[in-house]
Design a binder for this molecule. Structure first.
Ligand SMILES: [Zn+2]
Length: 242
């Protein structure tokens, strides 16, 4: 028997079998339903759900908030206003004698771009004061910075440095703590000097650089969302560097 005949018989058998099944089940009164058209019309729109979908929160008014602004909001001392030093010179009184401190200040000054300039001073009443603290090792800290605000301006800062260079590489510690003093309040996780842990990195990463450049382009107290908290009169905040 050739293959054509086998196929023909198979088709006849399957047709009869299908007819028998349809008859037994009573489908369409025992008549084979006409084939469905191949070009089906699009289905009707699906029925509405019985309950409304969860409301999505309305987006915050972000008109004019650039990527640079977002970095200021994310890493600044306030999440609502521009908190930085007022334009002009900021004196730094150093009791550590760290020989590269002026270089540290220069690095931040260059990023700030001239609006505010940090400089060493011999006046103990300078708004920024730097000292070594042997006891930081007991707490596992490489450095601590306390910053005080008047309104939305940074008014004072105290830096304590763990002097044990083998445990806490000094250049990294000085750079990091001054990063907080100039206005970068948060910590990065990009391997740079503003990460929360002292790995010895002295790299000021683009996130930090872009944030600070933008911070000092904006006026003190500038706000994208004026309903936020106000920084109090001489409120101190502390950051710790491990
Ligand atoms: Zn820190």
């Amino acid at each position: 028997m050739n293959k054509g005949r086998v196929f023909q018989r198979l088709v006849i058998f399957l047709t009869l079998a299908l007819f028998a099944v349809l008859t037994l089940t009573g489908c369409s009164g025992g008549v084979i339903a006409p084939p469905l058209p191949t070009d089906l019309p699009p289905p009707e729109s699906s029925p509405l759900p019985t309950h409304p979908p969860a409301a999505t929160p309305a987006p915050l008014p972000q008109t004019g908030v650039t990527y640079e602004d977002q970095l200021v909001i994310q890493y600044g001392w306030s999440k609502n206003e521009v908190v930085r030093w007022k334009d002009g010179y900021v004196d730094v009184y150093d009791t550590t004698g760290y020989p590269f401190l002026s270089q540290v200040l220069e690095q931040w000054n260059e990023i700030i771009g001239g609006t505010v300039i940090f400089r060493l001073s011999s006046n103990p009443a300078s708004p920024v004061r730097v000292a070594y603290d042997n006891t930081l090792s007991f707490y596992g800290y490489c450095g601590i910075t306390k910053v005080a605000f008047k309104g939305t301006a940074i008014a004072e800062a105290e830096i304590l440095i763990n002097p044990f260079d083998l445990v806490c590489p000094l250049q990294s510690t000085f750079l990091h703590e001054f990063g907080h003093v100039v206005g970068f309040a948060g910590h990065t996780t990009d391997g740079g000097v503003m990460d929360a842990y002292n790995t010895g990195s002295t790299e000021i990463t683009p996130t930090v650089e872009v944030m600070l450049k933008r911070l000092y382009e904006l006026p003190v107290g500038y706000s994208w969302n004026p309903v936020g908290r106000e920084l109090g009169e001489v409120l101190w905040e502390t950051t710790k560097y491990f």
